[in-house]
Design a protein around this ligand. Structure first.
Ligand code: UD1
Ligand code: CA
Length: 430
């Protein structure tokens, strides 16, 4: 089907009480607006975002992530309101789907049902016990929409109508092109209402079809409270999807998973685990309170209380408690307790003792630590990067390694131990 999508995102979002534009607040690791753009791009190749407040900042954020999105700057001073937002928007295709930038929970299935069928306009309708705050949708006995009346313009009878406008419409482009320039602002808010196109269509004998949708999906996010509720719903969906795909989760309500994270095979997530960014977890066990950020885990187990930071890849590796790994590739490694491994490459059969630190930063730049196969790194060793340790090396506990070590060697640096007999009693007395 030939479809264009317009996403309205010019509103100020005052209730967010934030210097960040409302639509750039993220839900499960992705900006609200990007949830909408991703859905739009599944449906068509002509996507326009309407901006006004903080337009530059939002446009820049979009262009960093997407190619080919069109922008339209609303003349919000002269033409405020959702109808004003559509003024001057140029769509390429016969049908136009109008979305809001602050509805991140809409599913593709629902959008597909809105663009299905032959009606001149399909519009999203929610049935609510408490319709307060929404435009009321007046529907006749033949299930045809007659008009939308904004709450502030309702008479007492209209106020009690429980079918409300969810704010998403699929409209023939030909109607948009004629009706939008003809909108006026003769209403309680002196705004140009997009919703007035419904009455215009009905007056011309056009068919306006209500598509009933779930409140959960079409609720707008206006405050940080709404944001938190939307995140809960998104998290529930993400976790249900991965549990159905074979991932075990202990106390799933305590677990956080980014919408971009992926799992493969039988993975186990214990309570209070956080999987962030585009992490990929395959056949791995993540123990309680561990954090994985933009990292890859294959056949590995980590935690409890481990932190695997961006650009790390762990294969066949065991990571224990209080170990931090950053931008490192570990293959067949054991690091059981209390270590920092940053900018490192460590090969099969190597063991990292407790308290081992890669000193990867000199205050100006970061340097690499390369460790070969079967290296035993004793407890409390400092590896001063850049440094390369060959295969089959033994590093004694407490060693500071500041030069490369060759295959088969022992590295040991220790201050000789001094014993002062009876000193305790001399110092503290008997
Ligand atoms: C609108 C509908 C209302 C519906 C409700 C559903 C109108 C006149 N009313 O109400 O019937 O029940 O949505 O949530 O359309 N926007 C712009 N430019 C503007 C104003 C808004 O781009 O000048 C964008 C906002 O960023 C937002 C969307 O349009 O994404 C909806 O705006 P909002 O102010 O929430 O609409 P309401 O007036 O509450
Ligand atoms: Ca609203």
């Amino acid at each position: 089907m030939s479809l264009s999508v317009v996403i309205l995102a010019a509103g100020q979002g005052t209730r967010m009480k934030s210097t960040t534009p409302k639509v750039l607040h993220s839900i499960s690791g992705k900006a609200m607006l990007f949830h909408a753009i991703d859905a739009a791009q599944e449906l068509c190749d002509d996507v326009t975002v309407v901006l006004y407040h903080q337009a530059e900042r939002i446009e820049k954020a979009i262009n960093q992530k997407y190619d080919g999105i069109k922008f339209h700057l609303q003349d919000a001073e002269q033409f405020p309101g959702t109808g004003g937002a559509m003024k001057g928007v140029q769509c390429e295709h016969e049908r136009v789907l109008i979305l809001n930038g602050d509805m991140p929970l809409i599913t593709l299935d629902s959008l597909e049902s809105l663009v299905a069928g032959e009606a001149d306009i399909n519009m999203s309708v929610i049935r609510l016990d408490n319709p307060s705050g929404y435009g009321r949708v007046i529907i006749d006995e033949n299930e045809n929409v007659q008009e939308i009346v904004e709450q502030k313009d309702c008479n007492p009878e209209q106020l009690s109508v429980q079918t409300v406008n969810a704010g998403i419409y699929a409209v023939k482009k030909e109607l948009i092109d004629r009706y939008i320039p003809a909108l006026d602002n003769n209403n309680a808010q002196a705004e140009y209402y997009l919703t007035d196109i419904i009455k215009m269509a009905v007056d011309e004998g056009r068919q306006v079809h209500p598509v009933y949708v779930a409140e959960e999906e079409f609720k707008g996010v206006n405050s940080k409270l709404d944001l938190a509720h939307a995140e809960e719903i998104m998290q529930r969906r993400i976790k249900e999807k991965w549990m159905m795909a074979g991932v075990s989760m202990r106390l799933p309500e305590t677990i956080y998973i980014d919408c971009q994270a992926t799992f493969e095979g039988e993975c186990q997530l214990e309570s209070a685990v956080s999987i962030q960014g585009k992490s990929h977890i395959s056949h791995s066990h993540i123990k309680t309170n561990s954090v994985v950020e933009d990292a890859i885990l294959e056949n590995s187990d980590i935690g409890p209380m481990a932190r695997i930071r961006p650009q790390s890849k762990l294969v066949d590796t065991h990571i224990g408690n209080f170990v931090e790994v950053k931008k490192s590739t570990l293959t067949g490694v054991k690091a059981g307790h209390l270590a920092y491994l940053g900018d490192a490459t460590i090969d099969e059969g190597s063991n990292i003792g407790a308290g081992v630190i890669t000193c990867n930063y000199d205050g100006k730049a970061k340097y690499q630590t390369i460790i070969g196969k079967n290296v035993f790194v004793g407890s409390d060793t400092q590896l001063v990067a850049p440094v390369t340790i060959a295969d089959d090396v033994l590093i004694a506990a407490g060693t500071t390694v500041a030069k490369d070590i060759s295959q088969g060697d022992l590295a040991i640096s220790r201050v000789p131990l001094k014993i002062v007999r009876g000193f305790f009693y001399k110092f503290f007395g008997k």
